[in-house]
Write a protein that binds this ligand. Sequence first.
Ligand code: ZN
Length: 459
Amino acid sequence: MKPIDATPWPGELPELVEARAVAVDELMLADRALAMAAADRLRAIERLRRLSGEQGAVGDVRSARARELAHRSLRAEVAVALHVSERAADALIGLAASLHDPLAATLEALDEGRISERHARILVEDTADLPAPDCMRLERAALPLAQRLAPPRFRGRLRELRERMLARTAVERHRRARDERGVWVEPGRDGMSWLTAHLPATEAAAIDDRLTRLARRQGARASEERTLTQLRADLLSDALLGATEGEQAAIVPTVHLTVPVLALLGHTNEPARLEGHGPIDIETAARLTAHAPGLTRILTHPITGTVLSVGRESYRPSAELRRWLHVRDGHCRFPGCGRPAARCDLDHTTAWAAAHGETRHDNLAHLCRAHHTLKHHSSWTAHQLDPTGTLIWRTPTGHIHVTEPAHRIEGVAESPSPGSAGRESRRRPPDSAPPTAPHVPSSTTAPPSPPGPPVPPDG
Ligand SMILES: [Zn+2]
């Protein structure tokens, strides 16, 4: 791999040229090692997938629902093991499966360090909708290109090859692609988000929320066969193209915004937090807390006295406790999941049906529907170790993952004894010691009040 006719620049030492050549050799070796390691990683994922399919966490792997749950469990296991999102884990699982069959020659090339994982991914993505014989035909023609072209150019050449080789009609391919339609919001920098349009994060979040609400309503109709994702896309098109559906106008989006009161008053620089997005500037937050309708304004304020437990008296937590948990959790509490709490269920960590499963803050946590289902129908388990909401998860393979709440709320260690609910009895007198952390959130829809007297939680 040493250069054959390495010529030093005028005045350059031959030893220096030699040293550079060695460095490049090392770089290429390292790159090959990366490709080989990627092949190993994909083989391990595929092995795990096959093991999960046959003896999944759920009893009957022949039913579609059981298979779906086994897959979700697998996806979560890969995601937490690699510290990637479940979407990324899903992509890796799909990549590993495709490279096992039918694109085995691509995996071999990766294993020998002849192509990179990106090349392999491009081949898998652009052949995913093809029957196996077409896949392998395209693979044979494309692999030599993958060995010498950079990924973007390789993708271009692969698509040309594909168009030439395939007889499938454009209509059929479009129909398949159309089924994949959807709307996604991705957080950007400086308080902005991408909804393919670049919008202020608050507006993007409101659009996202409204689409979900409209899609849920539409999806609840018995005659509706479209998925929630497809409905969101169709509703976006309808709205922009002027289709008038009377009910659409009636739905006001809800956006959750957590604002530190002291920052609002200019005493600290702490940012406000827009749920599902992250920090936004305090000026925008101040404008929103003053004007926007349909905005749940959660002002964090050092007050005491939130009702944290209703013991065994009720399965359903009070509105106050739910708001409190909403602020504490912020999002789904499954490892790696960031789905906003507003779109999650409240799960009894120890089932309410069990003897010790109480309806109280240290036995409740937000889980999105997918992870809620997973927890109840597979061998994923969770425990709450302390009163501040830390969750200890055990995966079906016995790996342990810890998830932290969005806001750690101290000063709630003492829990009222179960069975003696009643709001007033739970509330500490106003002159009692303040909690140890600066922010015990309460929520209110009233304009911010100055620090001093506690902000009363609304009903
Ligand atoms: Zn989740």
